[in-house]
Design a protein around this ligand. Structure first.
Ligand SMILES: *Cc1c(COP(=O)(O)O)cnc(C)c1O
Length: 396
């Protein structure tokens, strides 16, 4: 894929993101194959679709999935607007994060489903009742993460408010979230969480006098891949939709459990065109703090991308970028809006280079996992921190 900022309809030399629609479709198909129609496929588009861009990712995935999960109700409203603009039918949208009173009203009006995970609903219920609105709700059970939701011990004592709100909240499902499926290759804790879930569910049915089965959702990417007894009614796939293994442990486990490893295709590439290319002599310092000194006569290129855009400063002294299929070191410190790259050994002489900060060029690849390793973090953080100001372009 040859592309430069000149082909795009935005000015300047800012870095940009290319999103592969075929990779998104491939990754969805991996989960469709795994499901064989036994469970619904939910995708998680929180965090600006893990930094990939909600507005860009949604139209590609919309026809292929069953439910969209977001954290912020604002994202849910954006999805409804985009559906209207594009003439798409309404998908089920679930808000898993907190919802303020005025947002609860709007969710009910826009047919957006809510996750009941805290007591703030005590305030929203009267407001919904006054407006004669009804919202579809899912109860979040805390089964061991100690984040949102009610523990099974809280059911009899704390969720009276839900019992009294059956005219306003139509309870459709019950959900939970695993705490360490991707950190381990044995799933003892996850199985404990599952048994807490079934206990919580039994108490809930009893307490509310529920006769018909609720929808059950628990598994994120890792559990969907390695813990078949967590599939239940719906899975919520986040990181693997974007083409990443949740962790090395998950990949190893999947090899045993699935026999054949699925192929995930990374969706995202991040590119930037050089601003300046110039010769530099041996002994010259490069960048803030004079942390790097040239040990050869050579050439450097300055690229207008930096930690403001989400390229972590902590990769200074470690990172490479790809230029004409070659790995080139980022030298000196990563700055707010610039990096400096040693291009001495790039054989194609040019005054204008395109570098790949993340993605593939020729036989070389720089993965989000590599940048995460340089930064002592996880790929989730690298991609979700990509600036929302960056241009995102869908490519096939
Ligand atoms: C983020 C999140 C997911 C998705 O997790 P991945 O590991 O990215 O697949 C699923 N459920 C909840 C509640 C989440 O917060």
């Amino acid at each position: 894929m040859k592309m430069s900022t000149k082909d795009l309809d935005f000015a300047g030399k800012a870095s940009w993101l290319e999103l592969s629609a075929s990779a998104l479709r491939n990754n969805i198909q991996v989960f469709r194959d795994l499901s064989a129609n036994r469970f619904l496929l939910g995708v998680v588009l929180k965090g600006n679709a893990y930094g990939h861009g909600l507005l860009e990712v949604l139209p590609v995935v919309h026809p292929l999935i069953d439910i969209v999960y977001v954290v912020s109700p604002i994202d849910a409203f954006q999805i409804r607007n985009l559906e209207k603009t594009l003439g798409l039918s309404q998908k089920r949208v679930l808000v898993i994060g907190p919802i303020a009173l005025n947002e609860a009203v709007k969710c009910a009006q826009e047919n957006i489903e809510a996750v009941i995970s805290d007591f703030s609903w005590k305030e929203s219920i009267p407001a919904l009742r006054k407006k004669k609105l009804r919202i579809v709700g899912h109860l979040h059970l805390d089964t061991g993460l100690a984040r949102e939701g009610f523990t099974y011990n809280q059911i009899e004592s704390e969720i009276d408010f839900l019992k009294d709100a059956q005219d306003v909240i139509s309870l459709k499902g019950v959900m939970s979230h695993f705490s360490n499926t991707e950190d381990v290759t044995e799933q003892q804790y996850a199985n404990l969480q599952l048994s807490n879930f079934h206990e919580g569910k039994a108490r809930l049915y009893q307490f509310l006098g529920i006769q018909s089965e609720l929808e059950e959702h628990f598994a994120a990417s890792a559990a969907t891949l390695v813990l078949p007894n967590s599939h239940l009614s719906v899975v919520r796939v986040g990181i693997s939709l974007y083409g990443f293994w949740p962790s090395a442990e998950t990949r190893i486990s999947a090899k045993f459990i699935l026999q054949k490893l699925p192929i995930f295709e990374p969706v995202l590439s991040w590119k930037c065109e050089s601003q300046i290319v110039k010769p530099i002599s041996k002994g010259s310092y490069v960048g803030y703090g004079c942390t790097y000194r040239m040990n050869h006569d050579g050439r450097i290129a300055v690229f207008p991308v930096g930690y403001f855009d989400g390229y972590p400063r902590i990769v200074s002294g470690k990172a490479h970028v790809l230029i004409h299929g070659k790995r080139c070191p980022v030298i000196g410190r990563v700055m707010m809006n610039s990096i400096i790259v040693d291009v001495t050994y790039v054989t194609e002489q040019s005054s204008d280079y395109v570098c790949t900060l993340l993605g593939s060029d020729g036989d070389e690849t720089i993965s989000a996992e590599s940048i995460a390793n340089w930064s002592q973090t996880i790929q989730y953080e690298i991609v979700t921190r990509l600036g929302s100001h960056l241009k995102r372009v869908i490519v096939e």
